[in-house]
Structures are given as structure tokens and as C-alpha cells.
Design a protein around this ligand. Structure first.
Ligand SMILES: NC(=O)c1ccc[n+]([C@@H]2O[C@H](COP(=O)([O-])OP(=O)(O)OC[C@H]3O[C@@H](n4cnc5c(N)ncnc54)[C@H](OP(=O)(O)O)[C@@H]3O)[C@@H](O)[C@H]2O)c1
Length: 243
């Protein structure tokens, strides 16, 4: 299936890594559905993509508002009848999150609802549309901070970075990847988790050494996988990483 025929939904596509993923999918010829909770920012992102020649359309989508997710699925069903690519990119880090004895539990709760329950709802709503694709791909934008293996390794570069809410939400998202890949094992749908790397975006006050564009490379590559591509993997730009 040519990427020019693909319909792709990216959540949190108004800025950061999500916007850069949308840009790459648009450049590959996909019709990009720009998921964003803020209509003004979502429409502005769409206009930027269109100015670069992409086919882009705004879709209102707030991970904390299930009705927007159901409405988005309904709109996509009516207009396109299917979905080929779903990138679960939108996510948050709460300032009050921290190590297990220090974190604010409310911060953990909203992080789990946004980074795990939200993508689970979106995936459930979009699954019937993805099952109509000849070559479907679900990409869950995770983080190396969600790796139990890295968290348990005291020599890991992430050993001192402890945000129980964020890490648990990404570990849960990874579990969704593993279980979805199993559910879809006999279908045309690939499901993978990806860590974009430490990128300078608003989520970390623009601290990361990589750009959002660099962070978008592997998610966009996985989104565009053909039928022979891998499924049930957890990767960064260098290859597989441990769960
Ligand atoms: N940057 C990094 O170093 C890094 C590293 C590893 C993983 N990641 C992951 O990469 C993904 C993208 O993050 P980013 O770095 O690009 O951060 P970002 O620039 O802060 O973008 C986050 C996006 O998520 C959206 N979002 C947040 N809560 C939402 C909700 N309830 N409903 C819908 N959209 C919501 C934001 O929308 P608003 O503009 O409306 O807030 C924004 O579009 C996240 O899943 C993050 O965990 C990032």
C-alpha cells in the first residue's frame, strides 16, 4: 500500500514531537489527521502542514475527554471509512511527580489517565477502523523511563531519574503494545512502542539534547511500516531496547 493512500491520526500533533511526526507523515504523502485538544493550536498546526504541501485536517481530541475520542472515531469513519496509522503521541509529565515516597498521588493519577488510559481509549475507539486497513500501524510513543529493565539497573543513565507516575504510565503503555501485538497477530496491524530520545520540547522545558525533528524519526518510520515490518517491539533510533 502506498503511503500516499494512507490515513494517519497523530495525537498531540499541535507541537513538539507529535507535530514533527505529522510533518514526516504528511511529507510521505499520507493524509494527516492532526489530533489536538486546543482547536486554535490544532488548526494552526494544520495550516503549517498544508503550507508545506501536506494533506492535513484538524481533529479535536482530548485524552481526558472520552466524548472527543468517540466523536473523532465517528468523524473518521464517516469521512474515510478506515484508519491506517495511529500514533499515540500525546503525553504529559507532571511537575509534582517524583520518586514513589515523594510524588503527589494526584499527579500520578492524572499522568496515568493521560498517558495510559487516554491512549487505551483512543486505540479501542480506532481499532475497528484500523482493522479495515490493508496495512495498519499503531505506534505508542513511550519513553526509556518506562523500561523496568533500565529502572532496575543502577548503572543505567536513567538510574537517578525517578518519576513514578510518568514511568508507570509508559510501562503500562508498553504493556498495551505487547498485548495489542498479540491480539492483532493474525491481522495486517503492526503495534510498536518507541522512545524518541531526550528531545528539547515543552514537556521538559526544552532541556533535551535532541530536536523534536530527531525524536520524530523513529516513530514516523514505524508508522510507515509495511506488512513485513516488525510488531510487538520497543525501540529507539538505535534498535530494540529492553522492556
Ligand atoms: N521530549 C522528550 O524528551 C521525550 C522523551 C521520551 C518520550 N517523550 C514522549 O513524547 C511524546 C510527545 O512529547 P513532547 O516531548 O513532544 O512534548 P510536548 O511538546 O509537551 O507535547 C505534548 C503534546 O501532548 C498533548 N497533550 C497533553 N495532554 C493532552 C490531553 N489531555 N489530550 C490531548 N493532547 C494532550 C499536548 O497538547 P497541548 O499543547 O494542548 O498541551 C502536546 O500536543 C509524549 O508522549 C512524551 O511522553 C518525550
Amino acid at each position: 500500500m502506498s503511503s500516499k493512500d494512507k490515513i494517519a491520526l497523530v495525537t498531540g500533533a499541535n507541537k513538539g514531537i507529535g507535530f514533527e511526526i505529522a510533518k514526516k507523515l504528511g511529507a510521505a504523502g499520507c493524509t494527516v489527521l492532526v489530533g489536538a485538544r486546543n482547536e486554535k493550536l490544532g488548526r494552526e498546526a494544520c495550516e503549517k502542514l498544508k503550507a508545506e504541501g501536506a494533506k492535513a485536517e484538524y481533529v479535536n481530541l482530548d485524552l481526558l475527554k472520552p466524548e472527543t475520542i468517540d466523536k473523532a472515531a465517528e468523524t473518521i469513519e464517516k469521512k474515510y471509512g478506515r484508519l491506517d496509522i495511529l500514533v499515540n503521541n500525546a503525553g504529559i509529565v507532571e511537575r509534582a511527580d517524583g520518586a514513589p515516597t515523594k510524588t503527589k498521588v494526584d499527579a500520578v493519577e492524572v499522568t496515568m489517565r493521560t498517558n495510559f488510559i487516554g491512549p487505551l481509549r483512543v486505540t479501542q475507539a480506532m481499532a475497528p477502523l484500523l482493522q479495515k486497513s490493508a496495512e495498519g500501524s499503531i505506534v505508542n510513543v513511550s519513553s526509556a523511563l518506562g523500561s523496568c529493565a533500565f529502572n532496575g539497573d543502577r548503572n543505567s543513565p536513567y538510574a537517578d531519574t525517578k518519576f513514578i507516575g510518568y514511568s508507570a504510565s509508559k510501562a503500562a503503555l508498553n504493556m498495551m503494545t505487547v498485548q495489542l501485538a498479540y491480539e492483532f497477530r493474525d491481522t495486517n496491524i503492526k503495534v510498536n512502542s518507541v522512545c524518541p530520545g531526550y528531545c528539547a520540547t515543552d514537556i521538559n522545558d526544552n532541556q533535551g539534547p535532541l530536536s523534536a525533528e530527531e525524536g520524530a524519526r523513529e516513530p514516523a518510520r514505524l508508522a510507515l511500516l509495511d506488512k513485513s515490518g516488525p510488531t510487538g517491539e520497543y525501540r529507539n533510533t538505535e534498535g530494540s531496547i529492553p522492556w
